[in-house]
Design a protein around this ligand. Structure first.
Ligand code: F6R
Length: 355
């Protein structure tokens, strides 16, 4: 049942600290020591990694491809429905990873079969034991998020990001390995709990419902978070939402920005990436857009933001997971205020079994 929550989605959002803990159990220790893992044990470094996925899982794949490249592994993310049409280099040393919570998405299964025909090795990253993807791939990395009933993917997305961080660390070369990431993954469930306990997303939802459109922006690893923030938002609120790479705003989308289009930006870390996103925040603020910044406190954002959604400081690879929790709660609370059928949004299914 819903354990006292009005919707499965809210229950599942709140279960994420536990899901994250289950996902890292025995794996994060393995990175530091010798414990085996059923998904990655004995997996050699491939010549390249290609991710195939749809929707929310594709956003996870974009994050995974960035992390792998930072770890010294050639990696690209493909929309599963486009993979067949995309000529791309595949050898017997290529690893194709299907990121799919259900393990039953037709587009993703079809891409994995094409990868197999092209001679690649295949890995399913899925939440469902015995799913088609798990059965058909050479290897399976189980997310262990626990059952997800709400159509909107929440805890499966967060665990996908963790799984991809574990994969990146597993495949990293000597230069790319990052012991700080191991520590950050261990600390993540507690930080996630803190975000859930202290989130002001419900107040922000109250202030900004009924606007014309909602834009989400981020750079680097926060770009997939912007895309995911917008997808979740449109999926369950039925309001118009779009995610953009923060730097792309001035190349077109800025034409849409008005005083009735709130812009949600992720600004975290003390590097150039955060400073540049802040410059983009100033651009939208100058056009009167209400601005909500998801901030880890490392930049002074108060002067530019109408509202701040705080997250604790953490490793660059775990910040996206924490930032996304705020966007999940925001989408949930706006949808709830609008009386939407949150667990079963119109025209969508939990697993999409047609191409
Ligand atoms: C969004 C959502 C969908 C799925 C997509 C892929 O909340 O749930 O976008 O992410 O249909 O599903 P899986 O991961 O099962 O392959």
């Amino acid at each position: 049942g819903k354990s006292g929550y009005d919707h499965y989605m809210l229950k599942e959002i709140n279960e994420q600290p536990l899901s994250l803990r289950q996902c890292t159990r025995g794996r994060v220790d393995e990175l530091a020591g010798t414990v085996g893992d059923e998904g990655l044990d004995g997996l050699d470094r491939p010549d390249r990694v290609q991710f195939v996925a749809c929707g929310t899982s594709y956003h996870a794949a974009l994050y995974g491809a960035s992390l792998l490249r930072a770890a010294g592994v050639q990696a690209d993310a493909y929309l599963a429905s486009e993979y067949a049409m995309t000529p791309c280099p595949v050898t017997s040393e290529t690893l194709v990873v299907g990121v799919t919570q259900s393990g039953e998405t037709a587009d993703t299964l079809s891409a994995l079969r094409i990868a197999d025909d092209r001679g690649a090795r295949t890995l399913a990253m899925t939440n469902v034991v015995g799913s088609s993807a798990a059965r058909e791939c050479d290897r399976t990395f189980l997310l262990r998020a626990g059952p997800e009933i709400g159509v909107a993917a929440t805890k499966t997305f967060s665990t996908q990001l963790v799984g991809l961080a574990v994969l990146a660390e597993h495949l990293a070369d000597a230069e790319g390995a990052d012991p700080d990431l191991v520590t950050a993954l261990r600390d993540l469930p507690d930080l996630a709990q803190q975000v859930l306990d202290e989130s002001r997303a419900a107040e922000v939802a109250e202030e900004f419902d009924g606007m014309d459109a909602y834009f989400f922006i981020g750079r680097g690893l926060h770009y997939p978070v912007a895309l995911e923030g917008a997808l979740k938002f449109k999926e369950i609120t039925y309001e118009h939402a779009e995610g953009f790479a923060a730097g792309e705003l001035k190349h077109g989308p800025l034409a849409l920005v008005t005083g009735r289009t709130p812009v949600f930006a992720v600004v975290a870390g003390d590097g150039a990436l955060a400073r540049k996103t802040l410059a983009n925040v100033k651009e939208v603020e100058a056009r009167d857009a209400p601005v909500v910044v998801v901030s880890d406190g490392s930049q002074e954002v108060a002067g530019y933001a109408d509202r701040v959604l705080e997250i604790p400081e953490s490793h660059p690879a775990t910040v996206p997971i924490l930032a996304n929790l705020q966007f999940q709660l925001l989408a949930y609370h706006v949808a709830d205020r609008l009386g939407r059928p949150i667990d079963k949004p119109r025209n969508l299914a939990k697993s999409v079994t047609v191409e």
